[in-house]
Ligand binder design. Structure first.
Ligand code: TRP
Ligand code: ZN
Length: 472
C-alpha cells in the first residue's frame, strides 16, 4: 500500500524532472510511452494503450500466385495521454517505413509489438495520423485452442483474412483489441479475374495498370478489428436488397455454389426477422463470403459479411447473422465476455427454429438439461464444463459452455421475466449498446434494470456457478 502510494507520487515528479532536464519550460510535460497491451484477462498483450483509433485506411495489393502482400495502413487516432511513443500490433511481415503526421518516425519491433516513436511527442487529445508501409507473405497464426486465423490461403490463389481473437495483427498493423472500434476503408488490388471482397459497401471497382482490379470497400459503422476481413478468389457474386433496403452482397467460391444456394437465399428474410426480434439491423449492408470447404474449419461473423468455410446450412447462416447485433454491433469489452457473443447467437438459432416450425426454446433447454440428442444434436456436449462467464483460459473462449450454457442463461432469464420483458430486454440491449462495447457485468446490471426483476440466482447458478445446474 505504502509502496503504491510512493510510486504514484513519484511518476509525475519524475516527468517534471525529465521535462526540466531536457530543456522544456514551464507547463509542458513530455509524453510518455503508451502501454504495450490492454491487459485483457486472456490476451494481455492484445491492443495498446494511450490512444484510440478512429479510422483505418488499408491499401492492399495481393498477388495470389506468390502470396505476397504489399500494404499501406493509414491509421487516424486520438492520443489519450501525451505520447513519446506508442505501439501497434503486427505479426510477421516487413515494415518498410513509418510516418506520423507526415514526418518519418523511428520504429522497432519485438514479438508482435511495433513500437513507433514520432519525431515530435503527441499531445493528449491530439488527433494524429500514422502511416505504415509493409509487405511480405502474411501467414496463418495458431490460436491457443489450436484453430487457425490471420491470413489463410487455400488452393488456386484463394485467400481469406479472419481475426478472432488476435489474427488481424497477421495482416495489418493496428490496435487489435475489440474495445477499440473504428471505421475502415479497405482497398484491395488483385490480378484481373480475381474478386476481392471485404466488409461493408463496395464503393468502386476499377481496372488499374491494364491487368489488375482495385476493389474499394467502406465500413462506415464502427468495427472491432477482429471482424475485419478480406477474401480473394474467383467468386460468383450475387447482389440484391432486403425488403427494407439493406443491400446484400454474396461471394461464393464456385465449388460451393450449388450447395450454398438454399441457405444464402434466406439471408434477406433473416435480416428482416432479426430486425423485428432484435431491433433494426445495425449495418447498411449484409451478405456472405463462402470459401472452399476445408479453408478454415469454422465460420466467423466478420462484419456485414460472415466468412464460411464451405457451404453453410441455414442454422449457421442465422447464427452468423445474429452476431451482427451481438458481437459486431455490441462488442465484448474483453475476451472474457465471449458468451455475450456466442450465447446470444446460439439463442438466436433457438428463437429462429421456434418461430419457423421447429422445436421451442423451452423444449431445447430441457433437452440440454437431459442430454437428449434426439431434440438437438448438441445436447450431449459438455455444456456444464465451466461457467460461461469465466472460461478456464485463452484456449477455451470458444468452447461449448460459452455457446450452449450461454444460450441457457438467456433462456433462464426468459423463464424468470416472461416473454414480453425478455424480448424487450434483447432489443433494449442491442439498441442501447449499438456500435459500442459491453461486459458481462454491464449485461447483468442492464438486465435487472430493464426488466425490474432480481436475477441474482440465475447469475450465481448459470453464469458464474461451477458444476452442472439442475432443472429450475
Ligand atoms: N465465432 C465463430 C462463430 O461462432 C466461431 C469461431 C471463430 C471459432 N474462431 C474460432 C471457433 C476458433 C473455434 C475456434 O461463429
Ligand atoms: Zn458464433
Amino acid at each position: 500500500m505504502e509502496h503504491r502510494t510512493l510510486t504514484r507520487l513519484a511518476a509525475p515528479a519524475l516527468a517534471v524532472l525529465v521535462a526540466l532536464s531536457s530543456g522544456c519550460t514551464g507547463a509542458t510535460v513530455q509524453g510518455r510511452p503508451g502501454a504495450s497491451g490492454l491487459r485483457d484477462p486472456y490476451f494481455p498483450r492484445a491492443g495498446n494503450g494511450g490512444y484510440q483509433a478512429d479510422h483505418y485506411a488499408l491499401d492492399l495489393e495481393y498477388d495470389p500466385a506468390g502470396g505476397e502482400l504489399h500494404g499501406t495502413a493509414v491509421i487516424t487516432a486520438r492520443a489519450e495521454q501525451g505520447l513519446s511513443s506508442f505501439n501497434l500490433d503486427l505479426s510477421g511481415l516487413k515494415v518498410e517505413g513509418v510516418e506520423v503526421q507526415g514526418a518519418g518516425a523511428r520504429f522497432n519491433r519485438t514479438g508482435n509489438e511495433l513500437t513507433v516513436r514520432p519525431a515530435k511527442d503527441l499531445r493528449k487529445g491530439e488527433v494524429f495520423r500514422t502511416r505504415v508501409d509493409y509487405s511480405g507473405r502474411p501467414k496463418a497464426l495458431v490460436d491457443p485452442d489450436g484453430s487457425k486465423e490471420g491470413w489463410i490461403t487455400a488452393g488456386g490463389g484463394d485467400a481469406v483474412a479472419v481475426g478472432e481473437p488476435v489474427g488481424s495483427m497477421g495482416w495489418f498493423p493496428g490496435n487489435h483489441h475489440p474495445s477499440d472500434k473504428a471505421a475502415y476503408d479497405i482497398t484491395v488490388t488483385v490480378p484481373r479475374g480475381y474478386e476481392a471482397v471485404s466488409n461493408g459497401e463496395l464503393r468502386s471497382r476499377r481496372d488499374v495498370g491494364g491487368d489488375r482490379t482495385a476493389f474499394a470497400w467502406r465500413s462506415a459503422e464502427p468495427m472491432a478489428s477482429y471482424l475485419a476481413t478480406v477474401a480473394v478468389g474467383k467468386f460468383e457474386v450475387t447482389t440484391g436488397k432486403t425488403p427494407s433496403g439493406v443491400s446484400v452482397y454474396q461471394a461464393v467460391a464456385s465449388s460451393e455454389k450449388e450447395a450454398a444456394r438454399g441457405a444464402l437465399a434466406r439471408v434477406p428474410e433473416m435480416v428482416e426477422w432479426g430486425s423485428t426480434v432484435f431491433g433494426p439491423y445495425p449495418f447498411g449492408t449484409a451478405g456472405s463470403i463462402v470459401m472452399p470447404a476445408g479453408t478454415l474449419g469454422y465460420a466467423l461473423e466478420t462484419q456485414t459479411k460472415p466468412v464460411y468455410s464451405g457451404a453453410p446450412d441455414e442454422e449457421l447462416v442465422l447464427h452468423e447473422l445474429a452476431h451482427q447485433w451481438f458481437g459486431d454491433s455490441v462488442s465484448p469489452k474483453s475476451w472474457k465476455d465471449m458468451w455475450l457473443n456466442e450465447g446470444f447467437a446460439t439463442y438466436a438459432e433457438w428463437l429462429w427454429a421456434e418461430s419457423h416450425g421447429g422445436v421451442s426454446a423451452q423444449r431445447r433447454f430441457e433437452a440440454f438439461l437431459a442430454g437428449d440428442t434426439s431434440v438437438d444434436a448438441q445436447a450431449g456436449n459438455d455444456w456444464a464444463a465451466f461457467p460461461p462467464a469465466s472460461p478456464p483460459g485463452a484456449g477455451h473462449i470458444s468452447d461449448d459452455p460459452v455457446y450452449y450454457r450461454g444460450a441457457m442463461v438467456l433462456h433462464r432469464i426468459r423463464q424468470e421475466v416472461g416473454d414480453a420483458k425478455f424480448f424487450d430486454l434483447l432489443r433494449g440491449w442491442a439498441g442501447d449498446h449499438r456500435y459500442g462495447n459491453a461486459s458481462t457485468a454491464d449485461f447483468t446490471a442492464y438486465a435487472e434494470r430493464r426488466t425490474g426483476v432480481d436475477l441474482k440466482r440465475v447469475w450465481d447458478v448459470w453464469l458464474y456457478g461451477e458444476g452442472r445446474p439442475k432443472a429450475p
